[in-house]
Design a protein around this ligand. Sequence first.
Ligand code: RB5
Length: 149
Amino acid sequence: MKSSNRIVLSSDHAAIQLRQAIASHIAACGWVVVDIGPTTPESTHYPKHGEAAARLVASGDCRFGIILCGTGQGIMMAANKVAGIRCGICADTFSARMIRQHNDANMLSIGARVVGEGLALDIVDAFLTAKFEGGRHAMRVEMIAALEG
Ligand code: RB5
């Protein structure tokens, strides 16, 4: 584990502005932000951005990943194909808290065309401040890992 305070951020073209707002917000909270872009608005392909962020989390380079696309759906699907990734999509703070407490999620996906900036920042805060509860949930998370074969 290289760093426990590093968060990778990634998105496609649909979410650049919200990704940058999240980057500023979490940096102000003391996290080291690894923003892997993109920075220009040309249309791009969410799977490669989801995968790139997921690999930094799976390798231990970053503790968490926050990824965004228009809906948050496609980039989440791509990230979850990488072994070791548990990425949940959230449009509410309850889910953001619960994917940490019960599912030990290591990545969060948000749809920039779904939620506004204020709610998105609250979702990020809920995700980053919640703690995995372990116990009966640990076995279930291990069962998810077992599906990776
Ligand atoms: C891009 O138009 C859009 O398809 C993408 O941002 C995302 O919503 C896919 O899941």
